[in-house]
Design a protein around this ligand. Structure first.
Ligand code: PEP
Length: 254
C-alpha cells in the first residue's frame, strides 16, 4: 500500500449468484460496512442479470457497482452482448476488462481490450484492466514479456492514461487454485507494471494509478499481500462470495 493511492477491494462474482442470492449476500454484507476502514473503496461486480438489483441495493451505501465485462461496440447487432451505454444507464461505476477467463474462453486480446476501455471511457466508466501470465509462461521466464505485451492495449491511449484506469495483476495460475502468488512475487510483477506505466505516461501517472492483486486472495493472506508497496488492494473471486470473508479482505486493505 502507498498512502497516496486509495486502497480498493473488488468482488468479482463471476457466473455466481442470481439476483436473489446477490440480495441475500448484501443483506448480510452491507450492515458490516460501518466497520470498514476509512478511505478503502469497495466494489461488487455481479453477473449482468443481477446488476440492476445489486445497483438498487448499493444506492447510497458507498459501495461501488461494477460490471465484469463490456462489448467493444456501443450498440448494434451483437446478440447476447452488453454495451457501455447500457452499463452507464444502470449506474455502473467500474468495469473489468481483459479478465483471464475471457482471454481464455473468448480469445480476447489487447486490441479488443483497448476498444472496450475506449467504449467505457466514452460512457464515463473507469476500467479495471486485468493482466497476468500463465504457469507455463512463468516457468519459461516470460512473465515480464507477457505483461509488456498485455500493456500494449494502452497503445489506444497515446495522450495519457484513460481517466480512472485501474490495473489488476492476476497470475492465471493463481486464479481459483488456492495457490496465491507470494507477496514478493506479486510485488515484483506490480513493480514491472508500474515501470511500464512510467515509461508510457511518466512518473506522476505511474505513481497515481492503482494496481490490484488478484489470484486466491483470502482473509489469511490478504494483509501480507496488501502490505507490499505497489499493491493497492485486491480483485477477489472465490473469497468474495462469502460476506464475512470479503469483509475480512476489506479490513485487510485498510
Ligand atoms: C478472479 O477471478 O478475478 C480471481 C482473482 O479469482 P480467485 O480470487 O477465486 O482466485
Amino acid at each position: 500500500m502507498n498512502a497516496k493511492r486509495a486502497p480498493l477491494a473488488i468482488a468479482n462474482w463471476k457466473m455466481n449468484k442470481s439476483p436473489r442470492e446477490a440480495a441475500a449476500f448484501l443483506d448480510e454484507f452491507l450492515p458490516r460496512r460501518s466497520g470498514f476502514p476509512e478511505g478503502v473503496q469497495v466494489a461488487i461486480a455481479p453477473a449482468f442479470p443481477a446488476l440492476e438489483r445489486v445497483g438498487r441495493l448499493l444506492l447510497h451505501s458507498g459501495v461501488l457497482l461494477g460490471a465484469q465485462d463490456v462489448h467493444t461496440e456501443a450498440k448494434g447487432a451483437h446478440t447476447g452482448e452488453v454495451s457501455a451505454p447500457m452499463l452507464k444507464d444502470l449506474e455502473v461505476q467500474l468495469a473489468l476488462v481483459g479478465h483471464s477467463e475471457r482471454r481464455r474462453d473468448r480469445k480476447e486480446g489487447e486490441s479488443e481490450c483497448g476498444k472496450k476501455i475506449t467504449r467505457l471511457l466514452e460512457a464515463g466508466i473507469p476500467a479495471v484492466y486485468c493482466v497476468g501470465e500463465t504457469l507455463e509462461e512463468r516457468e519459461k521466464g516470460e512473465t515480464d514479456a507477457v505483461l509488456t505485451r498485455q500493456m500494449t492495449c494502452f497503445d489506444a491511449f497515446p495522450d495519457g492514461p484513460p481517466p480512472g484506469i485501474v490495473l489488476a495483476y492476476e497470475p492465471v495460475w493463481a486464479i481459483g487454485t488456492g495457490r496465491a502468488a507470494t507477496p514478493q512475487m506479486a510485488q515484483d510483477a506490480h513493480r514491472v507494471l508500474r515501470g511500464l506505466l512510467e515509461k508510457r505516461y511518466g512518473a506522476a501517472h505511474a505513481e497515481a494509478i492503482r494496481i490490484l492483486y488478484g489470484g486466491s486472495v483470502t482473509p489469511a493472506n490478504a494483509r501480507e499481500l496488501f502490505s507490499q508497496p505497489d499493491i493497492d488492494g485486491g480483485l477477489v473471486g472465490g473469497a468474495s462470495l462469502v460476506p464475512k470473508d470479503f469483509e475480512a479482505i476489506v479490513l485487510a486493505a485498510g
